[in-house]
Design a protein around this ligand. Structure first.
Ligand SMILES: Cc1cc2nc3c(=O)[nH]c(=O)nc-3n(C[C@H](O)[C@H](O)[C@H](O)COP(=O)(O)OP(=O)(O)OC[C@H]3O[C@@H](n4cnc5c(N)ncnc54)[C@H](O)[C@@H]3O)c2cc1C
Length: 306
């Protein structure tokens, strides 16, 4: 059976050559060989059993997609994989494809809190767990109790949060695993206080972040005891530009697409920032953004020749 026939038999919606630049925050990158919308665990298991190369996208808010696009199957999770199901007053399974803003709104309606660490983070539950996303109000590891995954080959696995070895903007999943849902520990105490803190955080973010241009938020993690944005600014790069890719004049850890940037230009700007900060201050910045597609291993290396 051909791959397309197998995907049709599984009942998933497949779009060959779908434009990914329209789906990711940076608005760059080439097409997906096949974009596959998967709306149930059973279908996801079926897709994974096909043995094809698979990439999963959340909202693409931390993803730098290669200009040549993404070979194989690019998955987006919806339907059952984006649901929120309470299993008690302060615990719920959240589907990996559920948007974080939708999660917060749903919790607000239910009179429950706990997802404040995700205030203003424009990703999905899946992307947030994989990145251990967070803010000054906490991070994913503070509320994730367990996760459910589909492994390459199609097996389903549940793991406790401790198995993910959460660290700063980092979690360890079994190789090639796709997260289907996360069990969240929520808060029924001090709901109003948490909402007030969340609103104050959102207000601060509006004032300090360049939210009017496409970006992936913080391009680099903060090195211990310092701030990536401070170092990039001190290296003289605030406002620096390569083609349409620019170090935001408002916040130097945000790299923005001023209109016609390519993924290659954003990668070159990331290398320039790493090289400049390393050479001037001896600090090697760690990219927070994830590379999607056929990037070489040294794509973001400060030593790669441009
Ligand atoms: C304006 C702006 C502000 C931001 N602010 C913050 C912030 O304050 N704090 C913060 O931590 N981040 C922030 N980010 C970055 C980003 O929103 C987070 O990292 C978010 O968690 C990424 O989620 P996503 O669904 O968009 O993931 P994507 O960007 O789509 O994917 C990120 C990685 O996760 C993988 N992935 C996604 N879903 C799954 C899944 N179901 N199973 C396995 N792997 C998966 C992808 O393959 C990729 O490797 C910001 C981004 C923007 C654009």
């Amino acid at each position: 059976m051909s791959l397309d026939a197998a995907l049709t038999a599984l009942g998933v919606n497949t779009t060959p050559g779908a434009r990914l630049d329209r789906l990711v925050y940076w608005r760059v990158g080439g097409p997906a060989e096949r974009l596959v919308d998967v709306n149930s665990v059973a279908r996801l298991r079926g897709v994974m059993a096909l043995g094809e190369p698979v990439t999963v996208l959340g909202r693409g808010s931390n993803a730098l997609v290669h200009d040549d696009g993404v070979p194989g199957l690019t998955l987006r999770l919806s339907g059952e994989l984006a649901e929120l199901n309470f299993i008690g007053p302060d615990r719920a399974w959240a589907g990996a494809g559920l948007g974080l803003t939708a999660l917060i709104n749903r919790l607000d309606k239910a009179g429950v809190a706990g997802a404040e660490p995700f205030a203003g983070v424009p990703g999905t539950v899946g992307g947030a767990v994989v990145m251990n996303a967070g803010t000054t109000l906490g991070e994913a590891k503070d509320l994730v109790e367990a996760v459910e995954l589909v492994l390459p080959g199609g097996d389903l696995l549940e793991l406790p949060a401790e198995a993910l070895a959460f660290a700063y903007r980092h979690a360890e999943l079994p190789p090639g695993a796709i997260l289907t849902r996360a069990l969240l520990r929520l808060r029924t105490d001090d709901v109003e206080g948490l909402i007030t803190r969340r609103k104050a955080l959102l207000e601060r973010r509006k004032q300090t972040q360049p939210l009017d241009l496409p970006s992936c938020g913080s391009t680099f993690t903060n090195p211990p005891g310092d701030f990536a944005g401070r170092l990039i600014e001190a290296a003289g790069l605030k406002g620096a530009q390569i083609g349409g890719a620019q170090v935001s004049p408002k916040h130097a850890n945000f790299f923005v697409n001023t209109g016609d940037a390519t993924a290659a230009q954003l990668a070159a700007l990331i290398r320039l920032a790493r090289r400049s900060v390393r050479d001037q201050f001896g600090v090697l910045l760690t990219p927070e953004v994830r590379l999607i597609g056929p990037w070489p291993d040294d794509a973001l290396s400060p030593d790669r020749a441009d």
